[in-house]
Design a protein around this ligand. Structure first.
Ligand SMILES: Cc1ncc(COP(=O)(O)O)c(C=O)c1O
Length: 392
């Protein structure tokens, strides 16, 4: 039988009709503890000689159903669901790197991930070299004898920069270095980094996997070696486990992932083209545009589409704020990946407390707008964005 489409997989990933009385919707198991029939069974489950559950922090059938589904969608051997995207970031790093070792990571990516890498340097002696990850060769140039991990985020938050995953994996393998890719912006609908050779993928499931701006969650998915080490280490000791109620919401969100992504992709493509032609817009960042610096790489490694995230520059802080204040249908808010169109003006919101010079160094220009294009009617969105551009 040929491999099933991602549209089918989104609906059925992780299906198990042999358990839970055949319930099509996996039940929520809120139990924090599970009874054993006798001491031998308790010992066997604790020692992982027998499949089962014993304590809420270490998993439950709802969490396991989510993990099975994400593993199938990303084509990973195993997955570990966690309480947030940052719990997935920290679980991945603390699983693969220890004090005195070294990471190479993009200089432009999700700001809290950058802050996390700086934090672990100060607190735990794990050094990170930040590079321009739009050129894979910069990973090679940053390798040290103690480098253990190449961190990849593609497309990046907020500039939608693209890293060539296969090229980074090739360099990593030459040096026996592990690779992790943050696939939050792309989702497995658009891009599957495990198929390109990375050891593991992380997601902020808060975004497209959940898809409805109503939960906070994360996932680590990849080789059994990495995921199992994270389950037995970082998850157990740092306790960033996902709540079963939230795991259930993510499962429900994933059922429409393919449908939503198809629409996010189409809407964003149309809006990016409109913005590219608009005289009041100084620059547009969208990997689907031929003008994007790494458009050819994006075309190759994002077969499903270019995603729902767009960056565009209105030139000044004043014009950025005026645009943010003028939108009516779109919502001014942080976060992304939900069904509704959300935007933020980075200089006056997420990066407001960062000195201008540092902000510009990170590529966050004064008038940068980050747009998370939702699944509304594209003409309604274009009407709203156009009327807001008219008053900037
Ligand atoms: C690319 C990316 N990775 C990781 C995270 C962290 O996820 P969370 O907010 O769920 O902890 C975010 C959050 O915005 C993100 O955009």
């Amino acid at each position: 039988m040929s491999e099933r489409s991602i549209f089918t997989k989104s609906v059925h990933a992780g299906d198990d009709h042999t358990s839970h009385f055949g319930a099509l919707s996996v039940p929520i198991y809120p139990a924090s503890t599970f009874a054993f029939s006798d001491a031998d069974e308790g010992a066997a489950i604790h020692n992982e000689e027998k499949d089962g559950y014993y304590y809420g922090r270490l998993g439950n059938p709802t969490q396991r159903a989510l993990e099975a589904g994400v593993a199938e969608l990303e084509n990973g051997e195993q997955a570990l669901a966690l309480a947030s995207g940052m719990a997935a970031v920290s679980a991945a790093v603390f699983t693969l790197v220890k004090a005195g070792e070294h990471i190479v990571a993009p200089q432009s990516m999700y700001s809290t991930a950058i802050n996390f890498f700086n934090h672990v340097r100060e607190r735990f002696g794990i050094e990170t070299t930040f590079i321009d990850a739009t050129d894979a060769e910069n990973y090679r140039a940053a390798v040290q004898p103690n480098t253990r991990l190449f961190w990849i985020e593609t497309p990046t938050n907020p500039l939608v920069l693209i890293t060539d995953i296969e090229a980074v994996v090739r360099i990593a393998r030459e040096h026996s270095i592990k690779t992790i890719a943050d696939n939050t912006f792309a989702t497995p609908f658009n891009q599957r980094p495990l198929e390109l050779g990375v050891d593991a993928v992380i997601h902020s499931a808060t975004k497209y996997l959940g898809g409805h701006s109503d939960l906070t969650a994360g996932v680590l998915v990849g080789s059994g070696e990495v995921v199992e080490a994270a389950r037995q280490g970082a998850n157990k000791y740092y306790g960033g486990n996902i709540a079963p109620q939230v795991a259930w919401l993510v499962i429900r969100g994933i059922k429409t992932l393919a449908l939503r992504m198809e629409r996010h992709n189409a809407n964003a493509f149309a809006i990016a083209n409109m913005l590219g032609d608009h005289p009041r817009v100084e620059a547009v960042f969208y990997p689907g545009l031929a003008s994007h610096q790494n458009h050819e790489i994006a075309k190759r490694q994002m077969p499903g589409g270019f995603g729902g995230m767009i960056g565009f520059d209105l030139g000044t802080v004043e014009r950025g704020k005026a645009f943010a204040n003028a939108i009516k249908l779109c919502t001014l808010a942080t976060s992304l990946g939900g069904v509704e169109t959300i935007l933020q003006h980075s200089a006056s919101m997420t990066h407001a407390t960062i000195p201008r010079e540092d902000r510009l160094k990170a590529g966050i220009s004064d008038g940068l707008i980050r747009l998370s294009v939702g699944i509304e009617d594209v003409d309604d969105l274009i009407d709203d964005i156009t009327q807001a551009l008219d008053v900037t």
